[in-house]
Design a protein around this ligand. Structure first.
Ligand code: HEM
Length: 554
C-alpha cells in the first residue's frame, strides 16, 4: 500500500466518533510511517548505494545536522565512511563525495546523466517567480541549452570580453582604489564597497548604468551599517534594489526547507520558511522592473547599435521568452556579486593576517609594474599572485559544496548506484584538504605549491574545459555545466585584487572574525581592515596612465 492509499483510508476512517477518529488517524499514521520506512529499506537493499548512516523514518538523516553549516557537518562522515557516502535528507537520497575521480565522472564522463539541479521549491517557485521564468542555473534540457547559449556564445564571447567588458571592469577597479585613497589609515569594512563595485560591473554591462560610492550614504563604524540617502538617483534605487534581492536570494538558499524532503502530504502541510514570503515581494518588484526595462529597450533601441546587454539580447534573442531573458539577467547579477566579493575579501583578509605574503605580492607587483597600475595583461607575469589566488580558492573555497546536481536517470558514480532523482553534492572543501592528495601540509597556506607540484592541477582548475585527468581542485567546475562566467570572474578578481594589494598595506582590526560565514558562497564572518597607501607614486599620477588590456588572458 503506498502512502497516498494510506491517506485515503485515513480520510475515510475519519467518520466515527472523535475518539474513534483519533485512534484511526494515529493507527493509520503509524501504518504510513511503517510502510514508508519499509519502502525506503527495501529500496536501499535493492541497490548498491554508497555507504552511509542509517536513515530514520520520515526524517532520514536530518537529525544528524546540528547547525546550518552543512559543509562542516559532513566532514566527520567522510572520516567514518570514506570519500563518498549516502545521506538521506528526509526521503531524498543524496550522494556526497570528496573524490577527484567521482568529480571527473560527474562533470565529464557522465555529465549528461547529471545535467540538472535538485527540483527544490526554491528553484522552482522562488528564484524564478512561480516557475514562470528560468535562468541558466535552474533550467535543464532545451531551455537550459538556449539560455546558456545566449550568455556564453553572445554576451560573454571572447571578443565582447576583450573589447567591451574588460575596459568597464578595469574602470570599476580603478574607481574602488581611488575611493580607498581617501580612507587611507582609517578602519573600513570592504563588504559594501565591494558590493557596489560588483553591482556596478553588472549594471554597466546589462543596462549601461552605474552609481558612485558617494551615493552610498553614511557609514556607522559601531553598527557596521550604512544609511542610504532618502533622495537617490534612479540608478542608485535600482542598484540598492538588486543588492537587497541578492541578499534575500542567498538567505533563502541557506534556509533549510523540510518541505523539499518530507513525503507527501507532510511536505504540503509543513509551513513555508518565513523568508520566502519576503522574497515573493521582491520577486514581484523584480518582474515589474524588468518588464519596464525590456519594454523601454524595445521602444528606444536602434538596430545594429546595442547600448547594453538588454539591447544585445533583443537584437539576437535566439527564441528566448521575456521571462527567460529576466532569468538569464538575474543569474548574471547574482553570480557576479557574491563570488567576486567573497574572493576579494579572502584575499584582503589573508594578506592582512600574513605580512610575509603581502610583502611577496607587493614585491612582484613593484617589479612588474613599478610606475603604473597592474593591468589585466599582467596575468601571465604575476606568477606568484596567480599561485596566491589559487591557494585562496583551495583553502577558502567560495563554494565548499558546489551547487548540487540531480541524477536525471539511474546512473552510477565511483562504482555505486546513483538512482534517478538523487542529489549529488561535490564537497570541494573536504577534497581540497585531503592529505593523501595534497601532502602533509594540506591545511597550510602555501601558494608555492601551485608553482611546483600542483602547477598542472592549478592551471587546469582555472579553466572549465574538461581536464585530461581527475583534479584535486575545483573552482569553476568542468564540462558543459561549468561556470559560464569563469573568464570574467577570473579577470575581475585578478585586476581588483592586484590593484588593492599593489597600492595599499592591509591590517586587520582586532574585532575582525576570519572564520567562515556559511552561505552558499562562503565569506569571512567579519572583515574590518585598515588600508594604508604605500606606493611611492601618487595615486592620481598612476590613474592618469590609461589601462592597457592588450594580451589579457581569457
Ligand atoms: C570568481 C568568480 C566565480 C566563481 C568561483 C564561480 C563558480 C561557479 C561554480 C562553481 C558554478 C557551479 C557549476 C556546476 O554546477 O558545477 C557556477 C555556475 C554558474 N556561474 Fe559562476 N562563478 C564565478 C563568477 C561568475 C560570473 C562572473 C558569472 C556571470 C557572468 C557566473 C555565472 C554562472 C552561472 C550562470 C552559473 C550556472 C551554470 C549552469 O547551471 O549551467 N559566474 N559558477
Amino acid at each position: 500500500m503506498n502512502l497516498r492509499q494510506v491517506l485515503e483510508r485515513l480520510i475515510a476512517a475519519a467518520k466515527g466518533s472523535i475518539r474513534q477518529k483519533l485512534k484511526a488517524v494515529l493507527g493509520l499514521l503509524a501504518a504510513a510511517l511503517a510502510s514508508h520506512y519499509c519502502y525506503i529499506l527495501t529500496w536501499r537493499k535493492l541497490r548498491k548505494l554508497p555507504p552511509g548512516p542509517m536513515p530514520v523514518p520520515l526524517l532520514g538523516n536530518l537529525l544528524m545536522l546540528k547547525s546550518d553549516d552543512i559543509a562542516g557537518e559532513f566532514l566527520p562522515l567522510f572520516k567514518k565512511y570514506g570519500p563518498v557516502f549516502s545521506f538521506w535528507f528526509g526521503n531524498k537520497h543524496a550522494v556526497v563525495h570528496s573524490d577527484p575521480a567521482i568529480d571527473f565522472e560527474l562533470m565529464v564522463t557522465r555529465v549528461d546523466d547529471f545535467n540538472a539541479r535538485p527540483l527544490t521549491e526554491l528553484e522552482l517557485q522562488i528564484i524564478y517567480s512561480k516557475g514562470r521564468c528560468e535562468g541558466i542555473h535552474s533550467s535543464e534540457g532545451q531551455q537550459w541549452n538556449s539560455v546558456r547559449k545566449v550568455l556564453v556564445q553572445d554576451l560573454l564571447s571572447k571578443k565582447n570580453l576583450e573589447t567591451r567588458i574588460l575596459p568597464k571592469t578595469t574602470q570599476g577597479a580603478r574607481e574602488l582604489v581611488r575611493y580607498f585613497r581617501d580612507k587611507s589609515g582609517t578602519v573600513v569594512s570592504p563588504r559594501m564597497l565591494l558590493k557596489i563595485t560588483a553591482i556596478n560591473a553588472s549594471l554597466k554591462l546589462i543596462l549601461g548604468i552605474t552609481i558612485s560610492y558617494d551615493e552610498l550614504g553614511v557609514y556607522d563604524l559601531q553598527t557596521n551599517e550604512w544609511t542610504h540617502p532618502k533622495e537617490m538617483s534612479e540608478s542608485a534605487r535600482l542598484a540598492f534594489f538588486f543588492l537587497k534581492y541578492i541578499d534575500s536570494t542567498f538567505i533563502c538558499l541557506a534556509v533549510p526547507n523540510v518541505r523539499d524532503v518530507l513525503p507527501f502530504p507532510l511536505s504540503t502541510i509543513t509551513p513555508r520558511p518565513g523568508v520566502f514570503a519576503t522574497f515573493d515581494e521582491l520577486a514581484t518588484e523584480r518582474d515589474a522592473v524588468w518588464t519596464k526595462v525590456i519594454a523601454d529597450a524595445r521602444a528606444t533601441r536602434t538596430k545594429g547599435s546595442p547600448r547594453h546587454w538588454v539591447d544585445e539580447i533583443l537584437e539576437k534573442p535566439r527564441g528566448l521568452k521575456d521571462e527567460e531573458i529576466i532569468g538569464l539577467l538575474m543569474d548574471t547579477v547574482i553570480a557576479t556579486s557574491d563570488t567576486f566579493i567573497a574572493f576579494i575579501e579572502w584575499m584582503l583578509g589573508v594578506v592582512a593576517q600574513m605580512p610575509e605574503e603581502q610583502r611577496k605580492l607587493q614585491a612582484e607587483f613593484d617589479r612588474i609594474a613599478p610606475d603604473r597600475l597592474i593591468d589585466a595583461k599582467d596575468q601571465h607575469d604575476c606568477t606568484y599572485f596567480a599561485a596566491f589566488m589559487k591557494e585562496i580558492l583551495r583553502l577558502y573555497p567560495l563554494t565548499p559544496i558546489n551547487p548540487p546536481r540531480r541524477a536525471m536517470v539511474n546512473s552510477e558514480l565511483g562504482g555505486y548506484d546513483v538512482p534517478n532523482k538523487s542529489w549529488v553534492f561535490q564537497h570541494w572543501g573536504a577534497m581540497h584538504v585531503r592529505q593523501d592528495l595534497w601532502g602533509a601540509d594540506a591545511h597550510e597556506f602555501r601558494p608555492e605549491r601551485f608553482l611546483n607540484e600542483a602547477k598542472e592541477q592549478g592551471e587546469q582548475a582555472m579553466n572549465t574545459s574538461a581536464p585530461n585527468m581527475p583534479l584535486n581542485f575545483g573552482v569553476f567546475s568542468f564540462g558543459k555545466r561549468s561556470c559560464p562566467g569563469y573568464r570574467l570572474g577570473r579577470v575581475s578578481a585578478f585586476v581588483q585584487g592586484a590593484m588593492l594589494i599593489q597600492l595599499y598595506d592591509w591590517k586587520l582590526t582586532e574585532d575582525s572574525d576570519m572564520s567562515r560565514q556559511t552561505r552558499l558562497i562562503t565569506f569571512p564572518k567579519k572583515l574590518m581592515c585598515i588600508p594604508t597607501y604605500r606606493h611611492k607614486i601618487p595615486l592620481d599620477d598612476l590613474l592618469a596612465k590609461p589601462a592597457d588590456h592588450a594580451g589579457a588572458w581569457f
